[in-house]
Design a protein around this ligand. Structure first.
Ligand code: PEP
Ligand code: MG
Length: 840
């Protein structure tokens, strides 16, 4: 292979990588190269190549030259945080480019204001395969001038899957979304069962398979060829186990889960919010992370910097100090993980997995061996991964950054002995912070805090999930203005409106107080009347049920006055485990839930996996469009033994007729007939002759428009508005960029519900709604007007839904529904509904 000459992609000053103020580049964690301080604003191709990846926020690009050299060009530092602002990509992934072709244009003025630095590293990311034999130094270059020359290292030095003494097998990754956090953790868990050293090698980069962070940072995608390489006593078995795990797909044919927004996507949402609301003095706008309204005073929650000393006091000392600190933090997290709600436990579990990552510890120990202090080494080790994860532009990986930073801080605190002291907060504290870390929020007493607002952060970050679980109104991404608010300033935080009012006047305070009082009163009155039967003001029975996903949910639903459950999501029993629950286990769990509902009706939905819900023992083949693939009833009919087991378990619940069965994702009558056939078989086996009601979920447009055909054979129909909206509007329900537009009050969705009710009425079947729209108080009158007679809401909203139903008159609701169907947008429908409820 001959040498490759790279020409300068950019006009600017050449600088050595060491001068880059960023350890990831300066320490060559991503590879060797050089940096350019730009004088031009367009990045060009330095050689003929193919684009491997234009990073999500267009601030960086990776190319693969025809000889295999991989070149990462990263415009400016920490520019991922600009969320794509000021960048324009001229190429896309997979495209072939010629030397000198335009790749990315950027706005130099904007970057010089908002980026940490403009310096642009150009790095060869497969240094095991290529070395730089000549490079330009310290002067100005123009686009196309000589930049550097690379020589292949020869087969022996390149990372090779056939290196001596190692067992190697290749596998093509079938996981639809590549190896992200969850599969990386499973690979690490499996690898750690073996004594052998095990590594994954992908695109000539290598990471220990025992390190979830290392595996994640390989950014392995669907279809990538990965070598599993092991050496040591049980190497062969380790390789087989990991290859089988990857080949099996780990059930990951799923669509992107609805998790944290990528900085770019969140940036777009924030920008859209800001564009729609011109700035107003004394008002900051952000994005709701947890609902609620609060009046209080500003408490600035600024984390003091922890100073670490670079030089160590001897490797043995520093090693022992680091080990001690890690053990201390681990013990504290393990203790905390033993109590609290599921959200809190899951987050602490993720922290433990990271804390036990051998690569992180190894990176820190290497620095200690080089004479660095334990704190310095730990910060550097974590920092390297933080930058690498941020730079990948993948929202699921970027989401883990907060957790790593949190651990960095906790371990440093343990090392310095300066534990975060519990702060005594003034009454009505509204916390203002740049970003809050999960452990900081968990350390607060929710009774002392009225709400929180952060300059950065995402609406579905771990902090947002915790705030919601703690019942704290929260706004994120409100911008740097948050940090300018003086301690003690009076504030009104309106999370639903996404606003923080600074120094409100007496009138604004009085309005907020009235709104809060009215809310409290409304909730208290609703709660007090929660156990009364639900009927409209004109006496029509509308059942208000609660959605349930566990025994605790069932208890909460019953306590909140739910008159039954219109949806038991049985997935809770099937996910996050290696084998499916057997008939006995299922029967026990369904019985416990039925008993918690104390004889009230319980509608058990058959397994709804696939799509965004993956079960490892059901390796659904990789799918281009998982939301349109094997999911819901299609999975049950694909594996009928699972369906039969589930139906038999449901049939064992007593009293027998308390349970009804409901089938998800129905697209045609044939599917209902097939399920009924299995149900009849299960009944025969168990000697049951009573009629067990079997209903269908209306979640596909096909089911809605053929509701009359389905109703001829189904005992009831229940609209899953979450999926129905996704499929009617062709908008992914998990895509944060579409979150503001995917509204089930869209007239098209309402027309589908109207058609469902009309089809059901032909056969005197009832229609319920168990999707999110049933918990939306604005929507309830329209649903009643369309003919829905059962609403299955979240347990927390049941009292308010019941209270609202009591105020309704069905004829007025029908008139409202007719008008709603003729609106041209969901916004118009919402306005109409709000005016209806305001009595206008
Ligand atoms: C729905 O789609 O509205 C529904 C209730 O099902 P899930 O949210 O579990 O997909
Ligand atoms: Mg659904």
């Amino acid at each position: 292979m001959s040498n490759l000459v790279l020409s300068s992609p950019l006009k600017g000053w050449i600088a050595p990588l060491d001068e880059t103020p960023d350890a990831v580049f300066a320490e060559r964690m991503l590879g060797d190269g050089l940096a350019i301080d730009p004088l031009g604003s367009t990045l060009h191709a330095p050689c003929d190549a193919r684009v491997i990846a234009v990073h999500g926020t267009r601030h960086a690009i990776t190319l693969r030259a025809d000889n295999g050299a991989e070149i990462l060009m990263h415009v400016g530092l920490e520019t991922v945080g600009l969320g794509g602002d000021g960048f324009e990509a001229h190429v896309q992934d997979g495209q072939a480019v010629k030397s000198g072709d335009k790749l990315i244009s950027f706005d130099l003025d904007l970057l010089s204001l908002r980026a940490r630095s403009l310096i642009t590293p150009i790095v060869i990311t497969n240094p095991d395969a290529f070395q730089i034999v000549r490079r330009e130094q310290d002067h100005v270059v123009s686009v196309g001038d000589f930049l550097m020359e690379l020589a292949p290292m020869g087969e022996a030095t390149a990372v090779s899957p056939v290196a001596g003494g190692e067992v190697v097998r290749e596998v093509v990754v079938p996981l639809a979304h590549g190896i992200h956090a969850r599969p990386a953790a499973r690979i690490a868990e499996t690898a750690r069962k073996f004594a052998a050293e095990v590594a994954l090698v992908a695109v000539n980069r290598r990471a220990s398979a025992k390190s979830p962070v290392g595996v994640m940072s390989l950014a392995i995608r669907h279809g990538d060829r990965v070598s599993v390489v092991a050496s040591g006593p049980d190497a062969e078995y380790a390789v087989i186990a990991i290859v089988e795990l990857i080949e099996g797909g780990m059930g990951e044919s799923a669509a992107l889960p609805p998790t944290a927004a990528a900085p770019s996507r969140l940036g777009a949402v924030v920008e859209a919010v800001r564009a729609a609301h011109p700035s107003e003095p004394g008002l900051l706008r952000g994005v709701m992370a947890a609902p609620g309204l609060a009046i209080g005073q500003a408490v600035r929650f600024l984390s003091s910097d922890i100073v670490v000393v670079e030089a160590g006091t001897g490797a043995a000392n520093e090693r022992a100090a680091l080990e001690g600190a890690l053990a201390h933090v681990r013990a504290r997290i393990e203790k905390a993980a033993g109590k609290g709600d599921t959200a809190r436990k899951a987050i602490l579990g993720a922290h433990l997995a990271f804390l036990e990552d051998p690569e992180l510890a190894a990176a820190a120990h290497r620095l200690i061996a080089d004479g660095k202090g334990a704190g310095f080494a730990w910060r550097r080790a974590v920092g390297g991964y933080v930058e690498a994860l941020r730079g990948l532009g993948d929202r699921r990986l970027a989401e883990r950054v907060d957790d790593l930073i949190d651990l960095e801080r906790q371990v440093l605190r343990a090392l310095t002995g300066e534990e975060d002291e519990a702060r005594v907060l003034p009454p009505g504290a509204i916390l203002l912070a740049d970003e809050l870390l999960p452990s900081q929020l968990m350390g607060l007493d929710p009774g002392q805090v009225a709400g929180l607002c952060t300059a950065k952060g995402g609406p579905t970050s771990h902090v947002a999930i915790l705030a919601a679980a703690m019942g704290l109104p929260a706004i994120v991404a409100a911008g740097p203005g948050v940090l300018d608010v003086a301690e003690g300033t009076g504030l009104i935080l309106d999370a639903e409106a996404g606003t923080l009012r600074i120094g409100p006047d007496a009138g604004q305070l009085a309005d907020a107080q009235t709104a809060i009082a009215a809310r409290h009163e409304r909730k208290a009155a609703a709660k007090a009347a929660a156990h009364q039967e639900s009927r409209t003001a004109d006496g029509v029975r509308i059942e208000v049920f609660g959605n349930v996903g566990s025994l605790n949910d069932a208890l909460a639903a019953a306590a909140n006055g739910a008159e039954g459950s219109g949806l038991l999501r049985t997935e809770f029993l099937f996910l996050e485990r290696d084998t499916p629950p057997d008939e006995d286990e299922q029967a026990r769990q369904y019985q416990a839930i039925a008993s918690a509902l104390d004889g009230r009706p319980l509608i058990i939905r058959t397994l709804d996996v696939g799509g965004d819900k993956a079960a490892p023992y059901l390796p659904i083949p990789a799918e281009e469009n998982p939301a349109l693939g094997l999911r819901g009833v299609r999975v049950s009919l694909w594996r009928p033994h699972l369906l039969k087991t589930q139906l038999r378990a449901i049939l064992r619940v007593r009293p027998l007729l308390q349970c009804k069965i409901m089938v998800p994702m129905i697209a045609s009558l044939d599917e209902l007939r097939a399920v009924r056939a299995v149900l009849e078989e299960a009944k025969r086996e168990l000697g049951i002759t009573e009629r067990i009601e079997l209903g269908v979920m209306i979640e596909t447009p096909a089911a809605a428009v053929t509701a009359d055909l389905l109703a001829a054979e189904a005992d009831f129909l229940s609209v899953g508005t979450n999926d129905l909206t996704q499929y009617v509007l062709a908008m992914d329900r998990g895509n944060p960029e579409l979150a503001a537009r995917i509204d089930a009050l869209h007239p098209a969705v309402l027309r589908m519900i109207a058609q469902t009710c009309a089809g059901a009425a032909k056969h005197h079947r009832w229609v319920g709604v168990c999707g999110g729209l049933a918990s939306d108080l604005v929507a309830v009158p329209v649903l009643v007007g369309l003919g829905v007679t059962e609403l299955s809401a979240t347990a927390a909203t049941v009292p308010e839904v019941k209270a609202l139903v009591r105020t309704l008159n069905v004829e007025a609701c029908q008139a409202l529904a007719r008008q709603a169907l003729d609106q041209t947008s969901p916004e118009a429908v919402r306005q109409l509904c709000k005016a209806f409820q305001a009595g206008a």
